[in-house]
Design a protein around this ligand. Sequence first.
Ligand SMILES: [Zn+2]
Length: 170
Amino acid sequence: MKFEYFKHPEKFAFFVEEPTACSVCGTVDLCFDAGGYSGVNTIDCICYECLKSGKLLELDIEANMNFDDGTEAAHTISYKTPSFPTWQDTPWPMIEGEYPVFECIASVEDFKDKAEFMDSFIETDQTKAEIEWLWDCLPKKKLHSYKDGGDISVYLFSLNAEKYWVWDAN
Ligand SMILES: [Zn+2]
């Protein structure tokens, strides 16, 4: 299972609880939970092959929101990438016209120190000073599943070996 923009789907993508028939092709598999995907149509779940091959495009269902600039990357993130595990409808970030890769829900161990954490925040609606308190809310140990996260999540992305993050809360 491999996605260009989602590093560890086995840990951080939403899956159905047990093998279920894919809503698109009917194959019984441990499908991605597509209940939260938005679009004209709705489906319960989708298998890896269907997601990867772009079946969501035909159904006009988006797994991820992003500032769709019409590029192949935007298209891949919208239709061929599992949803990143947010509480709110958080859009996929964009860094100077490029889309970063979703790495994980972050912990203290994902950063060298607080300075690096602060430096890698993507300032949009909030300034770095306003989110400094989040450092103290980070889980101390690396997460192995989205289920290990708390009610506040920091989503770590990477682009050209640089770290970036956005956050939201339950
Ligand atoms: Zn399928």
